[in-house]
Design a protein around this ligand. Structure first.
Ligand code: GLA
Length: 394
């Protein structure tokens, strides 16, 4: 807080009336590439995230500064000119969110000075973009005393990502970031947006995030291609089945009809979507029954399916996950997020964590040529204002 305040003072002047907001990043325990297929996901918010220290101005100017991109200096815009501009770089994310709220009928009638700071590992696939969208959402809600339904805010975040930034992602990231709850994961039905919280009780285990340090960009990746392949598979199935998404299929029904999907590649993609959805529902049950061994096995099966049928892992993630499976005290490991680089997660016995990190990194470095980075995942709350009270409550 003190660092943010002194940076704000240096860049913008007085911090009087400035308020602090936070939105987390996320991991996904299981349910990958199911969200845009109308299936279930099981993500959780993490304690790493994006902070915004902000105050209103008396004119319509918007000034954005990020401690992560100091070389950019201040990006300046105005409430009257919120359209996407290449040269506005990262500040397009908050600009897009401001525009989305205004278009949705919320009154935002003053400019702002906003300082951002994020501690989500760089290009890790832990939803730094959903995090900056949602921190902007709660900031606008707070500064302009708006009453915004949280699910609506989540949907607006996704719209910014899809229509303004131009990444065709599903709802999982914004949902996890907007709706997270400390020590809980969320099972979300992406078809209906029904959700439930499930306590994460891992007994003497921790969730370790392993960053491949291979950066990935969603827009430039094969993400949109996978999406289109699933849509094709769905269209083939719809010739005889009355469904609107792959998520509506049971494994049995899929197996009985999969020959209808003419392209074998599309069939593999759809198989992943359907089987992964079933695994996700089963994973919730196993967690609720405290059967962590079975939960871990479902994570492993998820990775294999993402590797073989969905083909979004790559040598870096596979090396990490396969190395993780071999270590003592590991219940399960899989890639998390979109894939193509980014991060994996593993559930590791607490007293084996040091050994795990050392062994996995040695194998990774030997094969890939550089180090992986390891983080302990603490499961935290969704986007919110941070006040003296919430700070001292911690
Ligand atoms: C990215 C997208 C999400 C989801 C995952 C894969 O994180 O933003 O919507 O599709 O990939 O599960």
């Amino acid at each position: 807080m003190d660092n943010l305040k002194s940076a704000f003072q240096k860049v913008f002047g007085s911090t009087d009336l400035a308020r602090l907001f936070f939105a987390p990043g996320r991991i996904n325990l299981i349910g990958e590439h199911t969200d845009y297929n109308g299936g279930h996901v099981f993500p959780a918010a993490i304690s790493y995230g994006t902070y915004a220290l902000a105050k209103k101005r008396s004119d319509k100017q918007l000034r954005f500064y990020s401690m992560n991109f100091e070389q950019d200096g201040i990006h300046t815009s105005s409430l009257d000119d919120l359209d996407y501009k290449e040269e506005d770089g990262w500040s397009n994310f908050p600009k897009g969110m401001i525009q989305a709220l205004i278009k949705d009928g919320y009154t935002i009638d003053a400019g702002m000075d906003i300082l951002f700071y994020g501690n989500i590992p760089n290009a890790a696939g832990l939803s730094s973009s959903a995090s900056i969208e949602l921190v902007t959402g709660v900031m606008l809600e707070g500064l302009f005393e708006l009453d915004i339904d949280r699910i609506r805010m989540v949907q607006l975040g996704q719209q910014v990502e899809n229509n303004y930034i131009g990444v065709n992602s599903g709802i999982m990231d914004q949902f996890a970031v907007g709706m997270g709850r400390k020590n809980h994961a969320m099972l979300l039905d992406c078809d209906t947006l029904e959700y439930q919280y499930a306590p994460i009780v891992l007994q003497d285990h921790d969730i370790i995030i392993i960053h491949t340090n291979k950066s990935r960009t969603l827009a430039g990746s094969k993400y949109n291609e996978r999406r289109a392949q699933c849509e094709q598979a769905l269209a083939d199935l719809q010739k005889t089945l009355d469904i609107t998404s792959l998520g509506q299929l049971t494994v049995e029904k899929f197996d009985a009809h999969c020959e209808q999907i003419s392209d074998p590649i599309h069939r593999k993609r759809a198989k992943h979507a359907v089987y992964e959805n079933a695994r996700t529902l089963e994973a919730l049950e196993k967690l609720q029954q405290n059967d962590l061994v079975a939960f871990g096995q479902l994570m492993n099966a998820s990775h294999e399916s993402l590797q073989q049928d969905y083909e979004v892992t790559g040598i870096e993630l596979d090396t990490i996950v396969e190395a993780a499976w071999k270590q003592p005290g590991v219940l399960g490991a899989r890639m998390t997020g979109a894939g193509f680089g980014g991060c994996a997660i593993a559930i590791v016995e607490k007293n084996q964590v040091a050994n795990f990190e050392e062994q996995v990194n040695a194998i990774y470095r030997e094969r890939i040529g550089y180090d992986a980075t390891f983080y302990l995942a603490a499961i935290g709350d969704g986007a919110k204002e941070i006040t003296e009270d919430t700070q001292s409550a911690k």
